[in-house]
Design a protein around this ligand. Sequence first.
Ligand SMILES: Nc1ncnc2c1ncn2[C@@H]1O[C@H](COP(=O)(O)OP(=O)(O)O)[C@@H](O)[C@H]1O
Ligand SMILES: [Mg+2]
Length: 413
Amino acid sequence: MAKVTRKIGLSLGADICWPICYQEIVKRLDLAIDWQGDKVGVEVERVTIEPFDLRQPCKYDVVLDRLTHWFHTSREWIKKAIIMDGLYVLNNPWAVQSMEKQTTYCAMMHLGMPIPDTWMVPPKSYNPVPDLKETLHSYAQLFDLGKIGKKLGYPIFMKPYDGGGWKGVSRIDDEATLRSRYEESGVMVMHLQKAVHPFDRFVRCIGLGPQTHIVKYDPGAALHDRYTMEKDFVSAEEAELLRDTTLTINAFFGWDFNSCEALHSGGVWHPIDFANPCPDSQVTSLHKHFPWLVKANVRWSIYCAVTKRPMRRTLDWAPFYAIAAERDMPYRERLKGYARIAAERFETEKFEEFCARHLGHLDEVAWEFFGTKVARDAVRAKVAALFPAHEVEPFTELFWKRIQAWRADEGRS
Ligand SMILES: Nc1ncnc2c1ncn2[C@@H]1O[C@H](COP(=O)(O)OP(=O)(O)O)[C@@H](O)[C@H]1O
Ligand SMILES: [Mg+2]
């Protein structure tokens, strides 16, 4: 049996905590997987930033990317490596680059998802470019913002069509506020979206390959308490619906890794924000859910690396559209159809079998690791990067206690 090594690269920016935990856990797994006649080990290293020859080979089998949505040299290196060297990347860089919120709303509306009514409006002002005056003079129509507000009905959310991190988001309760917020919105191209109001539950469903994790979310809480630790806040059917929704979105856009926000009102779960292909992965927000994320990352990236899962370079939407065309089929049935495509694309069955056969020791390794000084130091390093000096100890302790609560739960099960 030949001994071979698969290489996983971490393409990182300011992430601190999860890569330390991820690397340490993979090391402790000490893999030697029997795979198609080979003994396969896995090595992890961090991808560096440097000049590259477009024809140079790539040493990685898989790259886990958290950088290229804003760092374009690395993005272009990744694209080259997918096209020329057969690299597998989480996430598809073309889909990250071009599928902003607007595209995702349109696509998921087309699939029949109950996305709230949404309008796009031209921006209040423009950065000067040579053709601007002529273009606006010839074609820009005067419009009455108040009419759009009335059509949608208040409250409304105004937010950038390509938003993220709550930048430029405001809730608007009347026409006067709508007008003044628009005046202030500058060059941002905005959506006006009917609020899901009142809602009784707000969830974030994190998807990593075929794995999902639903967390009840409290948008009004302090940053470290937004991901709540509540349990049993959705029924089994609701959990399945949220899982199907998230995996449909992720398979449709070729995102291995994404988080989907949905609000529940009047018996319906409305997805409102699901273009998050570089979602929050920090212990300082995920705390008790952080070990789930690290383990899910480990499982999926090792599966992709060991099995040499081929990268889907193009997004094939035709099978989704074929189901969407069945307008007489109830929505829940259509969604099940989309989820079946997602299960095929994420190789759910094969993945679960692989984990059971080759990663059976992950639970124990991770459980042990999250009790070590290395893990605590990783938490502290992240806290120290974000919090003022006098809060570093108390917040490290808070997040650490929550991780230990996760260990207690896991230990019991
Ligand atoms: N249609 C909506 N109904 C209710 N709340 C909303 C709606 N749209 C946005 N929000 C609130 O505003 C926050 C930010 O909006 P979101 O679309 O998630 O933007 P971002 O991409 O910046 O996270 C959401 O987490 C939610 O609390
Ligand atoms: Mg959001």
